[in-house]
Design a protein around this ligand. Structure first.
Ligand SMILES: [Zn+2]
Length: 249
């Protein structure tokens, strides 16, 4: 009797909890490392911005690819004529494009609806500009909680962090960032998933060319994030749209 009563009680409690949590229970995978041996996935956050072309050129000249985690409205609206060109350029040159969410907010401080708002706006922008729905999202500041993981799961995305920080966004000089790369390479890990930011002139013109040559000399393949994981970069690949008045921040 007692056992039956407890069972009924626990079912009732579980039943009460279900309506609000059921849809949100799945947690998105959090990627912190590449899995394919001997690969490095160089990632570039916070653009699109003016140095994207030089980042891409340095990669392409070395037979390498990178991954751009784009914001929708950070340094400049993603729908500006210049930014539309930059996003297309990155995609057309074989780099992976992914979401860094809309306005670079700390997602771990937001409500369920606010999190989705930050996510869908940049997904819509990438679908409009290059026709793809990204499979990967990097939360700004690397900050996330279960609500963020649940929202990502609902949207079919994986979260991506990093296992090496060039520290370009926290005040490292180019010499310091280069030394960090040297230190990491000297440990010869099987894979590296580096964090860089395309919005710094020194990252594009000094640290990146140095890192590319050192990594390649150490025998690493410089590939996209999706390639270093053996996964698909996009949930869907379709036809880009045509800019109109609705393409606005
Ligand atoms: Zn960022």
């Amino acid at each position: 009797m007692l056992a039956a009563a407890l069972l009924t009680l626990s079912l009732a409690v579980f039943g009460l909890a279900t309506p609000t949590t059921e849809k949100r229970q799945a947690l998105a995978q959090v990627v912190t490392k590449c899995t394919k041996p001997n690969t490095v996935a160089l990632t570039f956050d916070d653009g699109p911005w003016v140095y994207l072309y030089d980042v891409s050129k340095a990669l392409v000249a070395a037979g390498a690819k990178g991954t751009f985690f784009f914001n929708g409205n950070n340094y400049e609206c993603i729908y500006s004529a210049d930014n539309i060109k930059r996003v297309k350029y990155a995609y057309d040159h074989g780099h992976q494009v992914a979401s860094h969410t809309w306005a670079h907010k700390d997602l771990s401080t937001l409500t369920w609806d606010q999190i989705h708002d930050e996510m869908w706006r940049v997904e819509q922008a990438l679908q409009r500009i290059v026709g793809v729905n990204p499979a990967f999202m990097r939360p700004p500041y690397g900050n996330y909680n279960d609500l963020v993981r649940q929202a990502s799961a609902v949207r079919g995305q994986k979260l991506v962090i990093w296992d090496f920080d060039s520290e370009d966004s926290v005040g490292a000089t180019p010499a310091q960032s280069k030394a960090l790369y040297d230190q990491k390479i000297s440990q010869h890990p099987s894979t590296i998933l580096p964090l860089n930011h395309e919005v710094y002139e020194t990252t594009a013109h000094q640290v990146l060319p140095y890192a590319i040559s050192k990594l390649q000399a150490a025998g690493y393949q410089l590939v996209t994030l999706a390639e270093c994981l053996g996964m698909e970069p996009y949930q869907s690949v379709g036809t880009p749209g045509t800019p109109d008045a609705s393409w606005t921040c």
